[in-house]
Design a protein around this ligand. Sequence first.
Ligand code: NAD
Length: 328
Amino acid sequence: MFKIGIIGAGRIAHVHANAVSAHPDAQLVMVADPFGDSAAQLAQKYGAKASTDPADVFAADDVDAVIICSPTPFHVDHILAAHAAGKPALCEKPIAMDMAEVDRLKAAVGDAKPMVMMGFNRRFDPSFNKIHRLLEEGAIGDLEQVTIISRDPAAPPREYIAQSGGIFKDMTIHDFDTARYFLGDVTSVYAVGQHLDPDLADTGDYDGVVIVLTNSDGKSATITNSRHCASGYDQRLEVFGNKGMLNAENIRPTTVRLSNGTTTDAQDPYLDFFLTRYTEAYAYELDAFLESIRAGAAPSPSIDDAVKALVIAEAAAESAHTGKQVQL
Ligand SMILES: NC(=O)c1ccc[n+]([C@@H]2O[C@H](COP(=O)([O-])OP(=O)(O)OC[C@H]3O[C@@H](n4cnc5c(N)ncnc54)[C@H](O)[C@@H]3O)[C@@H](O)[C@H]2O)c1
């Protein structure tokens, strides 16, 4: 049984706590969050201990591994604390707010390889994972183009956007990782940013973005993001090869379709947000994390994957700002 500690007790911590409680080989034993009673509330739900000091989790003898769910500006500190305590960590995306923080992490660990898996949960989504497997098996021949559509149902609060690092690091980072999952390393980035939502005008962040990535073989990925979508959480993936195509469509709670005198083929709304749409992905992600600890193997996605996604995010911001393609 792996005894798990969680750092930060906000939205994503609840998703991970739920995955831990559902896993046959894992148990949530401690939650830490410096603010309010959020740690106590989450801990109580699963019979765990609570603390307002994350250091208590890293110091606890009965915590085998940690899940870092704190806001992004604290990720590097918490990765370093886990590494110093000898505890494997599953850390939420993105790895850091900027490359200076990544450099600080690299300088602190030196040649050591911290046992850290990065929370790019979409690699573990059963549909995206199956597309990857079928591509590897040759089902559509050689990969040519990847198309990723990811739109949130509604924008997060203004305060969240202000400390998120911007849409490329906060939201598109998932899609940069998905693109890398299929294309491997990316060599060019071209991005367009949109300011179309008057409610977000004062945040200074884009509310929609379109990005084209290419790799050294001339293969491409196109990513379309929006902070809002009237029809719900829009998560689609298409992978096109010279011998076929693979598609993952939006998922609904049921397959029922309504046709009558005013509509045809009307269906339930999509699963409403990441908590429901990617529940299985978070569970498989946790399983892969625990399996890497059990096997003593390097976890994947790795810190290196997270840094490469962050480099693409910074290049996308530069491209959207200058209107020019950025070579990596
Ligand atoms: N993988 C995904 O699908 C996904 C989804 C949402 C968020 N995230 C990531 O998870 C992280 C947290 O996002 P969230 O939506 O849960 O935010 P949130 O604001 O809901 O929760 C963050 C929590 O961390 C606590 N906190 C603040 N400072 C802390 C510190 N120094 N140490 C420990 N805890 C601290 C806050 O009190 C809060 O309870 C972000 O990095 C975000 O990018 C990932």
